[in-house]
Ligand binder design. Sequence first.
Ligand code: HEM
Length: 450
Amino acid sequence: MSDPPRKTVSHRTSGGWLDGIKTLRRRAHGTTEFFERLHREHGDVADYRVFGNRFSVVFEPALMEEALMKKHGCFYKGAQQKKATETLSIVTADGDDHKWRRDLVQPSFTPSALEGYSNAMIEETVRRSEAISDGQVFDLDHMCHDLSLSIAARTFFGDDLAVDPEVIRGSLDGYRRMATMGLLPASRFIKRLPLRKTVTARQAIRALDEQVLEAIRLARAGAGARSDLVAHLVQAWDEGHPRGGFSEQELVDEVFAILIAAHESTAVTLTWCFYHLSNNPAARERLEAEVDERLGGRAPEFADIQHLAFTSAVIDESMRVTPPVAYLGRTAVEDVELGCHHIPKGTTAQLSLRTPMRKEEYFQEPERFIPERWLEQRRDLPRMAFAPFGTGNRFCSGFRFATMEMVLVLAIMAQRWRFDVVSPGFPPVVDFIMYKVSEGLEVRARVRSS
Ligand code: HEM
């Protein structure tokens, strides 16, 4: 049961140009700092404007839940992302179209589908672990991104296609460039100019499209014998829907959207996990003990994942202390009341996932990294007090995929390695959309002594 909404206090800026520039400058310093200040000064909901655009930041879990569950139909999500990508997908579609896409995508993440992905995750991680040498100093954030890409290359496209992770990286970089342009005024026009940056971005995106088309061709020829994610999407069919399954272009767009949703969030979370383990030797030792006891030196298998409870708790606690997704954005399609707060039509609601995760009210000693807190059953926690994967009809489709990947990577690395962060103190972060280290994370690898 969630708490009843408390009285909300709202704050409105004048919306003038000067105000807009000031707000933008504060916002550019970082979402976390900006939101924390708004929360301190204005309570459970704070409104601000930038150049005529209205925003309401929601900090109270019961109000976030109201927006995402009871009143989700009053909001849409996709407009901003659709403007950036110019394509429809599970991530950008809304309403019935979103539901149809989601129904087709979810079977790619059933337990049997996940088991099919687990081998590639294990093999890629073991390969990466074997390439590290004792005493080596390296950028662990870079390694987590590389590893997550090579896992995506195999789980999404299958082993025989051997998609080069660099093709995926190039395509995602190209997408980010185009997405940033998509936010500029007259972006449609600018994106079509033959500028060197747009031409190379489009070429990189097209290179991946060709691989997706090839994976679709293989899936159709294999008629159900393949277990990669593209093959699952090719087979997905909604009997009761006039559109049935995805067309070829829809498949290309979906695969791309899922890759974007999957890759960075998992890599960023893994980096934070290793960071916290380095700073909390007792937790690291307990994780090693769990892994040794369960695996006894052999490589993990799919069936082991559910038995690595402390490893999972480390991931949850890392996502609580340093949540990779700081907030969710929704636009009100009509006037909405959240608690006693009025959100006018057209306002962008920003639901600050991070705020309740760091509150004494929900978590004792919230600043401390204590994985053990997740080993107890917590029945009293409001749904949105800890929701790193969102909730409701847009709850992360790849939640189980991500959790499996992270548990396997932590377990395999912990069997052999300790990674000690080289620079003391909290690393510099960037948090405009995702909360992540901004200058890599240098670590020294040490072989475990026992
Ligand atoms: C630690 C890793 C991850 C985190 C923290 C994360 C977080 C989230 C969150 C918060 C949402 C909801 C967004 C919203 O409501 O606006 C979301 C949606 C989504 N995620 Fe994840 N995600 C992760 C990994 C993955 C992976 C590995 C995949 C796929 C393999 C994936 C696929 C998706 C998709 C397709 C959606 C859109 C769902 C919809 O709109 O119906 N995510 N994710």
